[in-house]
Design a protein around this ligand. Structure first.
Ligand code: SF4
Length: 148
């Protein structure tokens, strides 16, 4: 039997009406930050927003997800591509790891090309920190275009 990984997703509250279409599609297709699961079985055990700036729900939501078996929490791609990107993204990652002892991955679905283009012009992601944070969701241009 294949190993199963249970995951939770926390999205930026700016996109709180999002139905999760891109995240679920990427999870199904093992694209973006889900590509590392490859042939592994993955179960989504929690999906919520940060609770609104400055992200109060990040303090509590991982606990509920962990109780439901979550081994990894994905901070959704909206935190990376928003205008501006979430200023707390690395704090959230470090906090969840330290407080709950579970894995955290930056991103979910591949970065849509239209966001990529604007952020390149703005030089939003020019720092080494952002280069690292982008890695899971950067994908290739063809894939990014398919998420526009
Ligand atoms: S920018 Fe960060 S803290 Fe603000 S609403 Fe989005 S995820 Fe939450």
């Amino acid at each position: 039997m294949k190993d199963k990984t249970k995951i939770g997703i926390i999205i930026c509250d700016r996109y709180h009406t999002c139905a999760g279409g891109k995240c679920l599609r990427a999870l199904r297709n093992r694209e973006g930050a889900f590509s590392t699961y490859d042939a592994q079985e993955v179960e989504l055990v929690g999906f919520t927003t940060c609770g609104g700036h400055p992200g109060g729900n990040v303090e509590y939501a991982p606990e509920e997800m962990k109780k439901n078996g979550a081994q990894v929490i994905h901070l959704a791609t909206g935190l990376v591509v928003g205008y501006p990107p979430c200023p707390y993204i690395t704090y959230f990652r470090n906090f969840i790891r330290e407080r709950y002892g579970i894995g955290v991955v930056i991103g979910t679905h591949p970065i849509p090309q239209k966001y990529y283009n604007v952020h390149m012009k703005l030089k939003t992601w020019a720092s080494p920190k952002w280069k690292e944070l982008l890695q899971p969701t950067l994908a290739d241009e063809k894939t990014r275009l398919s998420y526009d």
